[in-house]
Design a protein around this ligand. Structure first.
Ligand code: ZN
Length: 801
């Protein structure tokens, strides 16, 4: 088997090497541009190397440990009949997390030999193989549970693949992992499991057989990879089938609302979408299908012009974890799943390999340093699922998730980063990312070694030493990052408010050279000899970015960017320990400094601005303050509090701290509940009762009980009314409803007395319920709440007049 596979592999690689002059023409074979494989690029920097090391030492073992603890790995043993029991974890797609971690471990092994990890993988792969049914079917939920499989699984194999069974999704991840393990170790143990599984798919699916598509795309990418190492045309054909059979009678949620080649706009679940666009790029490259290419070009243009955050995050709405409408890019409720950002890197890399334009790498770099990296805590074992651009402290990274797609995706993505640095085509070498490394590559049949020294992301000094095995003529194409010029993101969604620092100077062997710019690259064509040195400085000025006026959420505000990093204001760095009530000066001057001690070493941006606070008479007090910004990726490591990427530059769009009120100054206590008590008197009121935007408290899962909240005032106050905004999440089918009844008590001496109400105690949703009563002088009020028999309740805000 080893020999056969090795031969196929060589054939596939040979097929991939062909010459093609026009970047826009896809010829049968593979991508016209080929990445220099991650195992040929050894990072030697202080930024990514440390993270790859941490991923190897901590995140990979941690993710495997979590998979063992949560039953994800035990499922394989139960399915194999080695131990008795039921399906031990929650979701039928839990198998996929184990596959993704194996994929990450394989990448990691290639650069860091680790016999213990390799042996662990050998054992785990054996256990996965034992769980595979004799004909190749692998899906632990059904194998274990048979007729009582998860409701998403359907009553027979493949019945609900187009819906939620995730049978094909799991397998796509398995194929990616099997290929990675084979390429890293040369062992075919996992690859054999994959081909046995894929052969079953070939037998079961296709025109005239099961004509159904995956409800969660991923199998397309997996099959393309499996095709590349095995050379089996059926796998490529099946990948194309799964795309062609999709739509038009399905849903936008999983992009089956139209035939894939007719789609024009990024819609629906963002991870599903970006995996599909990546799969379409693979099939377009491998088959030369022009319609696929035109479709993903259209969709990409829609995303970069209308649907992407400045962090490279995509998927703006939590409802369906989906792309929102054009220009709908809210900041606090931004969903921006970590997996969607990773998938955005996959997709943009593939677009680059098809077209050879730096604009795709510009999006990739932005996503990598911002939208992806924020998902991973510095400790290596804390993760964000959504990555918002604004917070009141309600967002913190978690240790793991019931749905653990994001941690396992990061585990596999981080060690693959070296594979995004370089690419080659004929006599051309693309330098895409600036990260210190030593690399070896083949260029026009000759070996070329490169050593890159880079100060990214903190400074833009680059030096590249070129060492061809013999002097030869080729072109080194240096990407001119969009941010060093006038491009924030290709298209007109964002623009720099400050001018570009000027065209970078490129020197070869100490002499300034004239270069041609093409597709965002500086072309350096010459006869290169050992010892030649390229140096360039990309000036990293702090620059303000404005969003298109069509993006309502960003009106009157700017974001700060320096080099590839997007910055944010976080509470601990500000004088008042708040970030959302700050505003920049009219013509802000920025300074930059590196703080070795802070957040594992980060570059800080400082400027002056205002802290705004409303007064009781309605006026706004503006106080000059220092404002400090940190890289967005590094926020949420110092406890809950405010953060914002977009900063007001205009009074009209600023958010002054509200003037203090009787309620906001009161001490809050309550019967046992969930959520921060400070949210009931923080003067932040949502539009909807089910909103989670400003935080709320609730008594779920308690029902049919009497609960209370109490305000203790600093001194006796005369009060004559209250307003209550209830938390009620019927709209999203969750467990809280407005209460059965409520009343207001006031403290009279040591006794509690009910107020003399002048109107009804209201229980309307999505609005304040005002109660007026005969004025009383008191030091405390109590809101007593009787919950409905079958429902819990909660409170968004309680004010006192
Ligand atoms: Zn995820």
């Amino acid at each position: 088997m080893i020999r056969t596979i090795a031969r196929f592999s060589l054939l596939a690689i040979a097929a991939a090497i062909f010459s093609n002059c026009n970047n826009d023409t896809v010829t049968e074979g593979d991508y016209p541009i080929q990445p220099v494989s991650f195992n040929k690029v050894h990072l030697e920097d202080n930024f990514w190397s440390d993270r790859i090391e941490l991923n190897h030492e901590l995140t990979i073992p941690y993710a495997f440990e979590q998979s063992e603890k949560t039953g994800r790995i035990k499922n394989f043993d139960v399915a194999a009949g080695k131990i008795e029991g039921s399906f031990c974890s929650i979701y039928p797609f839990d198998d996929s997390d184990v596959f993704k971690i194996i994929e990450g471990a394989s990448y990691s092994l290639q650069n860091r030999p680790d016999p213990e990890l390799e042996a662990y993988l050998d054992d785990l792969i054996q256990r996965i193989g034992d769980a595979q049914e004799p004909d190749g079917y692998l899906y632990t939920n059904r194998t274990i549970m048979g007729d009582s499989a998860h409701p998403w699984a359907g009553s027979r194999r493949w019945e609900l693949v187009h819906d939620l069974s995730h049978e094909l999704y799991n397998l796509g991840h398995m194929y990616e992992a099997g290929v990675a393990h084979y390429l890293a170790t040369g062992k075919t143990s996992f690859l054999d499991i994959c081909t046995k599984s894929a052969d079953l798919l070939v037998k079961d699916f296709g025109w005239g057989k099961e004509e159904n598509y995956p409800g969660h795309q991923e199998i397309e990418i997996g099959l393309a990879k499996l095709y590349r190492v095995t050379g089996k045309e059926e796998y490529l054909g099946l990948a194309k089938f799964f795309l062609d059979v999709r739509g038009p009678d399905g849903t936008e949620y999983n992009q089956s609302h139209k035939k894939v080649v007719e789609q024009e706009e990024a819609v629906g679940h963002a991870v599903r979408a970006n995996y599909m666009y990546s799969g379409m790029a693979d099939v377009a490259a491998l088959t030369g299908d022009r319609e696929y290419m035109e479709a993903i070009d259209r969709i990409w243009n829609n995303v970069v012009n209308k649907k992407i955050y400045i962090t490279g995050g995509v998927g703006s709405t939590g409802s369906g974890e989906a792309y929102g409408d054009n220009y709908y890019l809210p900041n606090m409720s931004a969903y921006n799943e970590t997996c969607a950002a990773i998938a955005n890197v996959f997709w943009n890399h593939r677009m680059f390999l098809l077209h050879g334009d730096a604009k795709y790498i510009n999006v990739l770099e932005r996503t990598l340093y911002n939208g992806v990296l924020s998902g991973l805590g510095m400790s290596g074992d804390r993760f964000f699922y959504p990555n918002p651009l604004k917070s009141r402290g309600q967002h913190q990274r978690s240790a793991w998730f019931g749905c653990a797609c994001c941690p396992s995706n990061l585990t596999r993505f981080i060690p693959s980063i070296p594979g995004y640095v370089y690419a080659v085509k004929d006599n051309n070498l693309y330098v895409n990312l600036y990260i210190s490394n030593k690399a070896e590559m083949q260029l026009a049949g000759k070996t070329v070694n490169l050593e890159q020294k880079s100060g990214f992301p903190w400074n833009g000094d680059i030096e590249i030493s070129v060492e061809p095995e013999e002097p030869s003529r080729f072109t080194i194409m240096m990407r001119i990052p969009g941010w060093s010029d006038d491009e924030v993101i290709p298209g007109d969604l964002y623009s720099f408010a400050d001018p570009a620092p000027g065209e970078p100077e490129i020197m070869v062997n100490g002499k300034k050279v004239k270069y041609k710019l093409e597709n965002g690259y500086a072309l350096l064509n010459r006869k290169w000899s050992e010892g030649d040195k390229i140096s360039v400085i990309f000036p990293m000025d702090v620059r303000r970015v404005r969003a298109s006026e069509k993006v309502e959420a960003d009106l009157g505000q700017v974001a700060l960017q320096r080099g590839p990093l997007v910055y944010c204001l976080e509470w601990p760095d500000q004088e008042g320990k708040l970030a959302l009530n700050l505003m920049l000066n009219e013509n802000p001057v920025f300074s930059f400094g590196f703080d070795q001690e802070l957040l594992n070493g980060v570059g800080l941006v400082s400027t002056r601005g205002y802290s705004l606070r409303a007064q009781l008479d309605g006026s706004i007090e503006k106080e000059q303050v220092d404002i400090i910004a940190i890289p967005y990726y590094s926020w949420a490591h110092r406890g809950p509090g405010e953060m914002t990427v977009w900063i007001p530059e205009d009074d009209e769009y600023a958010s002054p701290l509200p003037a203090p009120t009787i309620a906001s100054r009161a001490k809050v206590t309550s019967s046992e509940c969930s959520g921060p008590l400070s949210t009931v008197n923080d003067q932040l009121v949502p539009e909807k009762s089910f909103s989670k935007e400003y935080g709320h408290i609730h008594w779920w899962p308690k029902k049919n009980t009497t609960e209370w909240i109490q305000y203790d005032f600093e001194k006796e106050e005369e009060v004559s009314g209250v307003k209550v905004f209830w938390f009620d999440d019927e709209e999203i089918n969750a467990g809280c409803r407005v209460p059965e009844s409520w009343k207001i008590l006031y403290k009279s001496g040591n006794a509690w007395k009910e107020v003399d109400a002048k109107n009804d105690y209201g229980t309307a949703r999505d609005t304040f319920n005002e109660l007026k009563f005969t004025p009383v002088r008191t030091k405390a009020l109590k809101l007593v709440i009787v919950q409905q028999k079958d429902w819990s309740t909660g409170v968004q805000e309680w004010t006192v007049n």
